[in-house]
Design a binder for this molecule. Structure first.
Ligand SMILES: [Zn+2]
Length: 111
């Protein structure tokens, strides 16, 4: 008898060397688990979406590239959250820093 795949067993296919804690992190933080799946209006199955997310993170992991916690893109360009956010997500999450930068040149010009 072949056991039905579980969330953990599918994740283990992509990360065979990961321990349970790492797989737990990947499942909860790098996929839509438990209920956030964009199935494109039902065109895709949840398993297809899950597998594509695992494959995407596997690619980042193998290349040694950090994934943005917010958008899932490459986490580069952030000044305050290096390796956690990309520059675009950092600016959108903390817009006040952007405004400060814009005002600085105006202050200088007024002198
Ligand atoms: Zn981002």
């Amino acid at each position: 008898m072949i056991a039905a795949p579980t969330w953990l067993s599918v994740a283990r296919e992509y990360f065979p060397d990961a321990d349970d804690a790492m797989l737990d992190y990947i499942i909860w933080n790098r996929t839509g688990f438990p209920s956030f799946w964009d199935t494109d209006g039902g065109r895709l199955t949840v398993e297809q979406v899950y597998r594509s997310q695992l494959a995407r993170y596997q690619d980042f992991h193998q290349r040694g590239v950090a994934m943005c916690d917010c958008c899932g893109g490459e986490a580069k360009g952030s000044k305050r959250f290096k390796g956690q956010l990309c520059g675009r997500c950092e600016r959108q999450s903390f817009p006040s820093r952007r405004i400060e930068k814009k005002r600085a040149p105006q202050g200088r010009a007024a002198r």
